[in-house]
Design a protein around this ligand. Structure first.
Ligand SMILES: NC(=O)c1ccc[n+]([C@@H]2O[C@H](COP(=O)([O-])OP(=O)(O)OC[C@H]3O[C@@H](n4cnc5c(N)ncnc54)[C@H](OP(=O)(O)O)[C@@H]3O)[C@@H](O)[C@H]2O)c1
Length: 246
């Protein structure tokens, strides 16, 4: 078993400063990839993470790029590819949640969430695959809410993750002939800033394994999909949810 399965690979991903994204940065860098990640606001957290990765002997670079701005995202991807000569891995991780009844959430909220959770996945993937060759991997972080909302007030967020699931299948058809795999990781409830304490109380009784997931448990699935052992897996949506959907 190769301890550095991503040695020499170049990875770009969105939303690496905190939560699941930060765990993916650490894991991919530990496995040998050179990582560039974006953040929206948390510059201090992003720079601290870069420092941690460099101190551990890895390679990481942080860049501020709002996923809602498709041009800024594409420019950041082009710059990373130019710096490394190519891209091997794209992880579309940045996402925002919204929650509330239809009477309270205006149409503008739909547009805001879709710009980050869906439009940026299209824009980022479109920009990244120009720099990818045979063996490239695109991985998007969706959610189990694509398959089952579970609670009231989740229509917009659930729809955004459902769109990602469909887009993954479409991209797999488009990019398979170029030797690029495209997959969707669907976490269940994970202990990050996205989930306040009341969410934990709500979901714990519904998780057979009896606990929230850890960000690194999602990162492990992403690393597998980015690695050499997943080359026949494409168009898939893989769940990491402690049995929530079972
Ligand atoms: N936590 C869960 O239970 C769970 C479950 C299913 C799916 N997910 C999905 O997993 C992904 C990561 O979630 P998380 O729990 O790690 O969230 P989080 O802790 O809130 O972190 C979100 C990350 O995305 C970045 N981000 C947010 N908006 C952005 C924007 N407009 N442009 C660029 N970056 C942006 C943030 O950057 P800043 O630090 O700069 O704000 C941060 O790095 C999301 O797609 C989410 O929908 C999470």
């Amino acid at each position: 078993m190769n301890a550095q399965p991503l040695e020499g690979k170049t990875a770009f991903f969105t939303g690496g400063s905190r939560g699941i994204g930060a765990a993916i940065v650490r894991r991919l860098a530990l496995q040998g990839a050179s990582v560039t990640f974006t953040y929206a606001a948390a510059a201090d957290a992003a720079e601290a993470l870069v420092g941690d990765v460099l101190a551990a002997g890895g390679l990481a670079h942080a860049v501020r790029a709002d996923s809602a701005n498709a041009q800024a995202l594409a420019a950041a991807i082009d710059a990373a590819a130019a710096a490394h000569g190519r891209l091997d891995i794209l992880v579309n991780n940045a996402g925002v949640i919204t929650h509330g009844p239809i009477d309270d959430l205006p149409v503008e909220e739909f547009d805001r969430v879709f710009a980050i959770n869906v439009r940026a996945v299209y824009a980022g993937t479109r920009a990244a695959v120009k720099h990818m060759g045979e063996g490239g991997s695109v991985i998007t972080v969706g959610s189990i809410v694509a398959d089952r909302s579970g609670f009231p007030g989740t229509a917009i967020y659930s729809a955004s993750k459902g769109a990602i699931k469909s887009m993954t299948r479409g991209f797999a058809r488009d990019l398979g002939p170029r030797g690029i795999t495209v997959n969707n990781v669907q976490p269940g409830p994970i202990a990050t800033d996205m989930n306040p304490a009341y969410v934990k109380d709500l979901v714990l009784p519904l998780i057979p394994l009896g606990r929230m997931g850890q960000a690194d448990e999602v990162a492990a699935m992403v690393a597998y999909l980015a690695g050499p052992e997943a080359r026949f897996t494409t168009g898939a949506s893989l769940t990491v949810d402690g049995g929530f959907m079972s």
